[in-house]
Design a protein around this ligand. Structure first.
Ligand SMILES: Cc1cc2nc3c(=O)[nH]c(=O)nc-3n(C[C@H](O)[C@H](O)[C@H](O)COP(=O)(O)OP(=O)(O)OC[C@H]3O[C@@H](n4cnc5c(N)ncnc54)[C@H](O)[C@@H]3O)c2cc1C
Length: 376
């Protein structure tokens, strides 16, 4: 039997869920096929930091897309909360990066200049001012950078709310149905191939996170691999943190319910989600160095998840060579930040075949062409 939709999505994480919501709200008949329970992979495991600042020079090309997504966030949250009736723990309270180095003055001006050059607000502040804003900070901190426009969100709550909002808006979400391949008919993609069923659709969208490359016909466009991240959740009566706090070893993310998340490792160890003693030790040392009173905190939970990383660490967004196939994966460390813009651009392409923000830098063809060159 063949089921028919206008658009079909492989993967029910935050990216797939948000695309389904946008499409459903635009009147498109859309379905998600999810191999497990929706929203239980990277989108569940993340920290929920919303920061368009580049972590290293390789991610500078992502800044304009990150800024565009950040600008959409307040409206996106309002719509998701309204439709789903669920709170998603959005905290627009900024971030503070603590510097311990003796060479602080030089580091500070480089840091601030880099941000200003990219059109991001950042302000150098003294250690005293930093501790006034965040009394939990260590007395060893020598200076800090305040990034007032950054935010965070409870990504677990957001993912569930987005999926619920998509369902309420008319999207069909089918759990425990793995997409095994894209259904190709000559130069056209006709839908998805499940184990014993074909799903016919004008548009097929791959949003299968770190697993995208295992869908037959997708690997040349999305050669993603898993980048494991381990995290810890702490709770302490004595430690109050308002903003996202960073050092060069760790970040701490406060949640509205009092939890403080600490993370995260970046490991290339395949599809392994084991939590390891060595990683916990490193992360706890980093957390206690940054906010010493966390030494008394209760460890509530530890976990690991798999970020979808691409060969150049940038997302893979847009149309493939074959008509009707779209990719929305490879979001690596910024998928929660990039959710609203990803959903918007895919919806624009489906309904208008044009996009309002240039996405050429992220084309899936960049890997398909490279693999043709290396096999020629
Ligand atoms: C520890 C950690 C910390 C992070 N912190 C942040 C952060 O602070 N800020 C930020 O912006 N990002 C962060 N990220 C990254 C972010 O979580 C991801 O980029 C984002 O969640 C990717 O969303 P996704 O929907 O593409 O992937 P996923 O959430 O992994 O969803 C993909 C879905 O596809 C399903 N699937 C896979 N294969 C198939 C198939 N063949 N058929 C059907 N379904 C399939 C999977 O089961 C899964 O549900 C973090 C990630 C980790 C692991």
């Amino acid at each position: 039997m063949t089921k028919k939709f206008e658009a079909v999505i492989a993967g029910g994480g935050l990216i797939g869920g948000a695309i389904a919501l946008e499409l459903a709200l635009a009147g498109v008949r859309v379905a998600i096929f999810e191999q497990g329970e929706p929203g239980c992979e990277a989108s569940w495991a993340g920290a929920g930091i919303l920061s368009p600042a580049p972590e290293n020079p390789a991610t500078i090309p992502l800044v304009p897309l990150g800024k565009a997504s950040m600008a959409l966030y307040p409206d996106f949250i309002a719509r998701v909360e309204e439709i789903s009736g669920q709170d998603v723990g959005f905290r627009a309270k900024g971030a503070l990066e603590a510097l311990f180095s003796r060479d602080t003055a030089r580091e500070l001006s480089t840091h601030v200049a880099l941000h200003h050059g990219l059109g991001l607000r950042a302000e150098a502040i003294s250690a005293e001012d930093a501790r006034e804003l965040e009394p939990a900070l260590s007395p060893e901190v020598e200076a800090a950078v305040l990034r007032p426009d950054e935010a965070s969100v409870d990504n677990r709550a957001l993912t569930q709310a987005v999926l619920e909002a998509a369902r309420k808006s008319g999207a069909e979400i089918v759990p425990h149905r793995e997409a095994q391949g894209v259904w190709r008919e000559k130069e056209r993609c006709a839908g998805l191939l499940l184990k014993d069923e074909k799903i016919s659709a004008k548009w097929t969208i791959i949003a299968a996170g770190a697993f995208s490359a295992s869908i037959a016909g997708v690997g040349t466009y999305a050669p993603v691999r898993p980048a494991k991240g381990q995290m810890i959740s702490l709770r302490s009566e004595g430690v109050k943190i308002e903003r996202v706090l960073w050092s060069d070893k760790i970040y701490l993310v406060p949640r509205n319910d009092g939890r403080i998340l600490a993370g995260a490792t970046v490991e290339y160890v395949g599809f392994d989600k084991k939590v390891t003693a060595g990683a916990l030790q490193k992360m706890l040392n980093g957390a206690i160095e940054l906010a010493p009173d966390l030494a008394d905190a209760r460890v509530e939970e530890t976990w690991a998840g798999l970020r979808p990383d691409s060969p150049d660490h940038l997302p893979i967004l847009g149309p493939a060579h074959i008509d009707g196939l779209l990719l929305a994966t490879g979001h690596f460390r910024s998928g929660i930040l990039l959710t609203p813009i990803t959903a918007r651009l895919i919806r624009e392409w489906v309904t208008e075949q044009r996009v309002s923000v240039d996405w050429d830098r992220f084309t899936p063809l960049r890997f398909a062409e490279a693999s043709k060159e290396t096999t020629a």
